[in-house]
Every structure is written in structure tokens, then in C-alpha cells.
Design a protein around this ligand. Structure first.
Ligand code: ZN
Length: 282
């Protein structure tokens, strides 16, 4: 039984392949999108079974098979998917047709030093890979533009979500108050223990309200709420509260259903976020 989110929809593709979607995104009719779970693929051992990450020590053949399984289910061409190398930075890449397929079959040609991808071209499937870090989804239904951003604690304190909004504004004319945003399954405030070095940077990035994002457990240990940190940063950027959908699903609490770096001790697979503007016949 898949964990239920009150905000994200859980879609059963077949017996063991499930994809979470954001109802507000689906309602626009403009995109194919989703976030995977760990089931429905062919990988084994620590990577069982739908590991979509090429960089985690799994057999490459299995990962490529898994990517094909996902793409077939979504009606997307596997050869077209675009991925960044994800270095816990805050670079936002504007993806165009010339990047089609970059990172689809190999990490070597993934877009270098990139943690966020945006595009206003239809037919380009953007992807990003996760085991605990926060997946951010963006859709501008007016200007028809989309984005994904990978926000671990480093991306969160660098406010990669806000930066993605600013880039969509600069490049596509997106207005923050019209953007739809999804915050996907990732490690929750229930499980994300960090030390004071991390908390110092949270305090520096969110001086007005950092105490609302953390819980002091004593002994130099803190619990950090990455969902709320990202949500508050987006609100500060002008995104409307009613346009942000938060899955509130913890990958570490639900390690049977999700890959969790923390819950697995480090050796595990990756789920994917994916979004593509549909080609609409006019
Ligand atoms: Zn948890």
C-alpha cells in the first residue's frame, strides 16, 4: 500500500509501478509530470527496484531499463530525457532542443554543474534524481514554461527554488504569483537530523524565521524542516500560498516505498522527478 499524500495524487500505472502527480499541474492539461517510487523496476539489492540514478553504483543496464520502463509508462521518448549532473549547487540551466537527450544514457553528457532545469519548449522531458533531497516542480501555465530544482540542505540554504523562479521570470516572463509549484516526497522534519554547522547556514539564509524551521534536540542535534524552508523561500519570492502543493511524504519514514539515503546508510537508488510540456496542436 503506497503512502497517501493529502496533496499529491498517487497513480497506479500497473501492478507495481506508481507515480505521484500534482493535481494542480494535471488540471492545466499542459504537462506530463510525476515523481516515482522505488517499485516497478529491474534493479536488485540496495537498488531494488526502480533505481533511476546512473551515479550510485548500480548496473548501468538495469538503470537504463528502468528509465525505459518509466518513459514508456508516461509516453515519453527515453532518448529525449535531459538531466543535470546535480552537484548540490544553485545553477539553473535553460534547456532547449539542442540539449535533448543530454544525460539520458550516461552521466558523462548530463548538463554539468546543474541542479535546476527550466524550459519553455514543448517535448523536452526534464528529469532530476532523488533519495531524500527535496524535489521542486514549477509550472507557468500562462507562459507555458516548466522547471525542476533539486534542493538538498545546501540547495535549500542557497535558495535554489527562489533562483529558479527568478530565472523563469527573466527568461520566460513568468510572474511568481501565477506559478504553480510542487514540493515532492523527501526527508521530513520527523527524520532529518543535522548538526549545528548546517543550522548556522540555515540561520544565515533565513534570518527572520529560521527558528520556525528547526527543532533543537539538545547535544548539538537539530531537526530541520526542508519542506517548510523551501515553501517559505518561495513565498518570499512572490509565489502564492494557494499555488504551492506540498506532498508531506517522508522518504525516510517510508523506506519500503522510497529510496532514502539516510535510512539506507548511504547505498541506495534514486527516484526521479520528471516534467515535460506537451505539444499542443493549435
Ligand atoms: Zn520521517
Amino acid at each position: 500500500m503506497l503512502p497517501i499524500s493529502n496533496e499529491f495524487a498517487a497513480n497506479t500505472i500497473n501492478d507495481n509501478l506508481f507515480i505521484y502527480t500534482i493535481p494542480a499541474f494535471t488540471a492545466t492539461g499542459l504537462v506530463v509530470h510525476g515523481f516515482t517510487t522505488r517499485s516497478g523496476g529491474v534493479s536488485t539489492g540496495s537498488y531494488e527496484s526502480l533505481n533511476l540514478g546512473l551515479h550510485v553504483g548500480d548496473e548501468e543496464d538495469a538503470v537504463l531499463k528502468n528509465r525505459r520502463i518509466l518513459c514508456r509508462a508516461l509516453g515519453i521518448k527515453f532518448e529525449h530525457i535531459v538531466a543535470g549532473q546535480q552537484v548540490h549547487g544553485d545553477n539553473v540551466k535553460i534547456v532547449t532542443k539542442q540539449h535533448l537527450g543530454c544525460g539520458s544514457k550516461s552521466l558523462a553528457d548530463a548538463l554539468p554543474a546543474v541542479d535546476a532545469l527550466i524550459t519553455n519548449s514543448a517535448g523536452i522531458p526534464l528529469t532530476s534524481y532523488y533519495a531524500d533531497c527535496v524535489p521542486l516542480f514549477f509550472l507557468d501555465p500562462l507562459n507555458k514554461a516548466v522547471g525542476l530544482a533539486h534542493a538538498g540542505w545546501k540547495g535549500t540554504v542557497k535558495k535554489i527554488g527562489s533562483k529558479t523562479v527568478r530565472c523563469m521570470k527573466a527568461k520566460f516572463g513568468s510572474r511568481p504569483e501565477e506559478l504553480l509549484v510542487g514540493i515532492g516526497p523527501s526527508i521530513g522534519p520527523c527524520c532529518y537530523a543535522v548538526d549545528s554547522k548546517v543550522i548556522d547556514q540555515v540561520a544565515e539564509s533565513f534570518p527572520g524565521f529560521w527558528k520556525e524551521l528547526v527543532k533543537d534536540c539538545g547535544g548539538g542535534q537539530w531537526m530541520l524542516n526542508l519542506w517548510e524552508a523551501n515553501r517559505r523561500a518561495l513565498l518570499d519570492e512572490g509565489v502564492l500560498e494557494s499555488n504551492i502543493t506540498v506532498a508531506k511524504l517522508c522518504t525516510s519514514c517510508n523506506k519500503e516505498d522510497f529510496f532514502s539515503y539516510r535510512a539506507s546508510g548511504g547505498c541506495t537508488g534514486r527516484m526521479a522527478s520528471i516534467i515535460m510540456l506537451k505539444k499542443i496542436e493549435s
